[in-house]
Write a protein that binds this ligand. Structure first.
Ligand code: GLN
Length: 497
């Protein structure tokens, strides 16, 4: 077995037993990136020198017998909307193409403190707006299961990197599905934690009341390891939650007996791919035959989630993106007066989807329309929250599809924003409710592509989600698997990094 085939947990054990070194690990991942990234385009920026530096310093500490974090020496990839001091953080946008942040995000500080070598920054839809990573201003990422398909988005780079063995772990961000949908399309485990569980300090803001940093990994155990490191309160983020449940590992193997499980009717809809729906129902019966109490549950507010999200998120985005004016940092285009300078800077710096969101958001917030759109959407959000509160009095876990279909073709939805928005229909209400939500492998479609299940629980129930995920991993049909990369032999195409 090659090093990239092991889970982060196994690699951590190997490092602790000195069966390998962090330097050896990093070198093997860098080789893998060199081989695969030209075809998959998961990374915008690779940081080999920095990763090797960190690895060597961790190896030296280990030799000296210093006490190390369990993830010390394990490489990691970081989505390119998470600030890294001294390393370009582009948000896959022309407006930040050359931007080098002067500070690290709190989560990046945690990676550094633990001694995790950062392999590079991964591709995304511009400012995390999108569901296919095709809105990147630089290049689309491809799905390692089928290079003609999208990896999902917006954390498509992180999901594709983990799926193809270009990183054992990755950080992503999820506003309305951006970790879970790509995880589903790439066959990996993607966690959106409870809103506030992980600090957002240094995550470039898209829609602040929804944005959440989370993880992409190969298994529940690897997810728990990384969550243990990045979760927790942060004085720099006033919305971060107080400490609680800090060990996400200790009840992973507790099983599913007596759990009250609700199969979300709206997330096994007739309009979904039939095999996806069948996979969810099969997973539900697996829970039942192992002692869980399973029922169908209807969450009628889900039908309003997408409309509310696509008013609230653009409204917040229109305000958050006001800061890109070319004055202090980022892309700058001169003009004869200040107004022309702003117009040119923003006109040339932002891509079409970002402009669309800014326009929708500005409209929804404008005097005369505020009550009809933004305020109405906020009322819907409150009703969604209440519906979740009620449902979690009766169920411990909700299960549904993580995406209505497996990965779709590159270019298939780029000319129809509404179709693109619809690909998050399973993920969005969990985001609006602020609850933790986990996408896990749910078997394979007849096309050979992975399908994802989504597990949802009450706020701060990440341990329960991971426990159920761990249960599914023990079963042959829902066991995580890696794609065969038969394209490795052939020469890469032009373009990309
Ligand atoms: N695809 C959704 C959107 O375009 C969600 C993106 C995200 O979660 N960052 O807004």
């Amino acid at each position: 077995m090659e090093l990239f085939e092991y889970s982060a947990y196994e690699l951590s054990k190997m490092l602790q037993r000195k069966k390998t070194s962090s330097e050896e690990l990093v070198r093997s991942y860098l080789k893998r990136i060199e081989l695969i990234n030209p075809r998959v385009n998961a990374y915008i920026t690779a940081t080999p020198a920095l990763a090797l530096d960190t690895a060597q310093s961790v190896d030296n500490k280990r030799i000296r017998g210093e006490e190390l974090h369990p993830l010390a020496g394990i490489p990691v990839a970081v989505k390119d909307n998470i600030s890294t001091a001294g390393i370009k953080t582009t948000c896959a946008s022309r407006i930040l193409e050359h931007y080098i942040p002067p500070y690290d995000a709190t989560v990046v500080k945690a990676l550094n403190r633990a001694g995790m070598p950062v392999l590079g920054k991964t591709n995304l839809d511009e400012f995390a707006m999108g569901s296919s990573t095709e809105n990147s201003a630089f290049f689309p990422t491809r799905n390692p299961w089928d290079l003609e398909k999208v990896p999902g988005g917006s954390s498509g780079g992180s999901a594709a990197a983990v799926a193809s063995g270009m990183a054992p772990l990755a950080l992503g961000s999820d506003t309305g599905g951006s970790i879970r949908q790509p995880a589903a399309l790439c066959g990996v485990t993607g966690l959106r934690p409870t809103y506030g569980r992980v600090s957002r300090y240094g995550l470039v803001a898209f829609a602040s009341s929804l944005d959440q940093v989370g993880t992409l990994a190969l298994s529940a155990r690897d997810t728990a390891l990384l969550l243990n490191l990045v979760a927790g309160p942060d004085p720099h983020d006033s919305t971060s939650l107080p400490d609680r449940d800090r060990d996400y590992i200790d009840n992973l193997t507790a099983g599913v007996e007596n759990l009250r499980v609700g199969v979300i009717k709206q997330n096994v809809a007739d309009s979904f791919d039939r095999e996806v729906t069948a996979a969810v129902l099969k997973a539900a019966s697996l829970l039942e035959s192992n002692g869980a109490r399973v029922e169908e549950v209807s969450l009628p507010m889900i039908d309003y989630g997408l409309s509310a999200y696509y008013l609230i998120a653009p409204s917040e985005a229109s305000s958050n993106l006001g800061r890109y004016d070319g004055v202090r940092y980022g892309y700058f285009a001169p003009g004869k007066d200040i107004s022309e300078m702003f117009c040119r800077t923003r006109g040339e710096g932002f891509g079409p989807e970002v402009k669309r969101r800014i326009m929708i958001g500005t409209y929804a917030l404008s005097a005369g329309y505020y009550d009809a759109y933004y305020l109405q959407a906020m009322k819907v959000r409150t009703m969604i929250r209440r519906e979740y509160e009620e449902v979690f009095k009766r169920y411990d876990i909700l299960i549904g599809a993580a995406s209505p279909t497996p990965a779709f073709k590159l270019g298939e939805k780029t000319s129809d924003p509404l179709q693109m928005y619809l690909s998050d229909v399973c993920n969005i209400t969990d985001s609006l409710a602020g609850v933790p939500s986990l996408a896990i492998p749910g078997g394979f479609h007849s096309s050979g592509l992975p399908m994802g299940l989504q597990l949802t629980a009450a706020p701060q129930s990440e341990r329960l989600l991971l426990q159920v995920a761990c249960f599914f991993e023990q079963h042959p049909e829902t066991k995580p698997r890696r794609p065969e990369l038969d394209f490795i032999e052939s020469p890469p195409e032009e373009g990309g990094m």
